[in-house]
Design a binder for this molecule. Structure first.
Ligand SMILES: [Zn+2]
Length: 390
């Protein structure tokens, strides 16, 4: 077990704790204190000095196409898998991987193999059973079976609604899937949520409202994402959050004049609304395909969702005057609570040693995942098996 002593960290836990020192060991935070700790040299500990930099919990990205997404414009548009450094250099230490439009050429086996590879390389990695379509693709034959018996699977998604690429699920189908997730969550203590991809369709969140009105399922089970893609949809999402659902904002690029809110604008609107501050998360959609269309409506080129969008959004919020401790929960403690990852999302003794020190610009200066340094002084010091050596 290697020990790492972190000196002079200005901690945001997310709440500000002031400047402290931390001792990390066995992947956990062992100690936080004000007086410098002197350890016997026989312990062979390492020390880093953050010189007063802000230290935040590692970001939790709850919507990542770890296998690569896409495939919407032919086989050559299938996005390749993402290496671990794409996450760690972006301050992300926990991901939830999922399948999207393509849940037929890709499947749960590939998703799980990719998640377990990321775990081997030092990331905390979980996944959702299923993909866009109904009936959901599963490993064991049922959503309930997948969640109960497969360690890494903690919910179901991204089931698509209000989208031309969806299976056009009916209310009964949606209720059946949500109930499977909920019951499996009860049996295992896992999140047991239904993560819903929202398309541009005018029906918006109608199906979710009818599911809540017409069943005994708690609102927490429904976790709609991409809710900032249309401004009217976001108003529906705020109303849903006030009823007890947690809504997920996607940090995708938004053009001037587009009928969408950027992630920073959307989070500000949520924080200013009546919906509880705890009921919002922000995710990157990293590895997902962002098709760009030419004037004739043909796909001209493909962009790929970028994990760096999370820290960029956080930095933008801080630059716009939002206190770090107010913006931070949507990227850390809120997803940890919703996903029932009890040791994640906070800086406290006993929590997992997933930590990010920010530079002046709010980018990752140092990143520690599971007590191990991945980025030091802005330089990648650990890389994935098939990535260029650090
Ligand atoms: Zn999606």
């Amino acid at each position: 077990m290697s020990l790492l002593l972190v000196r002079n960290a200005r901690i945001f836990a997310p709440e500000p704790l002031g400047t402290r020192h931390l001792l990390l060991g066995g992947g956990r935070i062992l100690w936080i204190g004000t007086d410098p700790l002197e350890l016997p040299s026989a312990l062979g500990s390492e020390t880093i000095d953050l010189e007063g930099r802000r230290l935040i919990p590692g970001l939790i990205d709850g919507h990542v196409h770890v296998t690569g997404g896409g495939g919407e414009a032919g086989f050559r548009t299938r996005v390749p898998p993402l290496g671990i450094s794409r996450f760690t250099r972006a301050g992300i230490t926990t991901v939830v991987g999922l399948l999207g439009t393509d849940d037929v050429a890709r499947g749960p086996r590939e998703l799980l193999a990719t998640l377990y590879a990321l775990r081997d390389e030092g990331l905390s990695a979980y996944g959702y059973a299923g993909g866009y379509h109904v009936p959901p693709t599963t490993l064991t034959g049922s959503i309930r079976g997948d969640l109960v018996f497969v360690d890494a699977l903690i919910g179901v998604g991204e089931i698509a609604v209000s989208d031309h690429r969806s299976s056009q699920p009916t209310l009964d189908e949606l209720l059946r899937i949500a109930s499977e997730a909920h019951v499996a969550g009860l049996m295992t203590g896992k999140a047991g949520i239904l993560h819903l991809h929202l398309g541009d369709g005018a029906r918006g969140l109608d199906l979710v409202r009818r599911a809540l009105d017409g069943s005994e399922l708690p609102a927490r089970v429904f976790h709609p994402t991409h809710v900032n893609r249309r401004k009217a949809l976001f108003e529906e999402a705020l109303a849903l959050a006030a009823r007890g659902s947690t809504i997920d904002i996607t940090a995708f690029p938004v053009e001037d004049g587009e009928d969408a809110w950027s992630a920073a604008d959307a989070l500000l609107r949520h924080l200013d609304s009546d919906a509880p501050d705890t009921h919002v998360t922000v995710s990157s959609d990293a590895g997902g395909c962002l098709p760009c269309f030419d004037a004739d409506g043909h796909v001209s080129h493909m962009d790929v969702g970028d994990a760096g969008a999370l820290l960029a959004t956080l930095a933008e919020l801080v630059a716009r005057g939002v206190p770090l401790e107010r913006a931070l929960p949507a990227f850390t403690s809120n997803p940890a609570r919703l996903l029932r990852l009890g040791a994640k999302g906070r800086i406290t003794v006993g929590a997992d040693a997933d930590l990010v020190a920010l530079d002046e610009a709010g980018m990752a200066h140092d990143v520690i995942a599971g007590g191990v340094m991945h980025v030091r002084a802005g330089r990648q010091v650990r890389a994935g098996t098939f990535e260029p050596a650090a």
